[in-house]
Design a protein around this ligand. Structure first.
Ligand code: ACD
Length: 135
């Protein structure tokens, strides 16, 4: 269960195909450069039945508050408004974002003691980002 990993901090260690992923979503060159340059620190907290997923970086701080299965409006780091739903599947946080253009972005974050493996899909593009436990 993801709850075993509450309060742990993970920092981006590697990133594959993220530029292609952002391009596919129409993210501008300037924002892509910033997005590629930063190594955010991520942590998951829980307040009552609500999860709080924070991603902190010099480019943007993104704090997402959600209840599993409940759709909410989210602003992505590049400023798009999407409707997002998170579900918890064992050690994986499964997120589906509905984009204004009708496409879906699917993000799986699988937690373990030493890392979070983040796999992101839109259309036929997949990006993988590995966050390492901060020691
Ligand atoms: C991460 C990246 C999460 C990004 C997921 C969906 C947004 C789609 C495109 C990103 C647009 C710009 C990227 C800019 C910054 C990336 C890091 C921001 C962290 C707050 O969580 O690893």
């Amino acid at each position: 269960m993801v709850d075993s990993f509450l309060g742990k901090k993970y920092k981006l260690g590697s990133s594959e195909n993220f530029d292609e992923f952002m391009k596919s979503l129409g993210v501008s060159l300037v924002t892509r450069k910033l997005g590629n340059a930063v190594s955010p620190v991520v942590d998951l907290q829980k307040e009552g039945d609500e999860y709080v997923l924070s991603s902190i970086s010099t480019f943007k701080n993104v704090i997402l508050r959600f209840k599993p299965g409940v759709e909410f409006e989210q602003e992505t780091p590049d400023g798009r408004k999407v409707l997002a739903t998170f579900t918890v599947n064992g050690n994986t946080l499964h997120e589906v974002q509905k984009n204004p253009d009708g496409r879906e972005t699917v993000i799986d974050r699988t937690f373990s003691n030493d890392e979070i493996k983040m796999v992101m899909n839109v259309g036929d593009i997949t990006a993988t980002r590995i966050y390492k436990l901060q020691g």
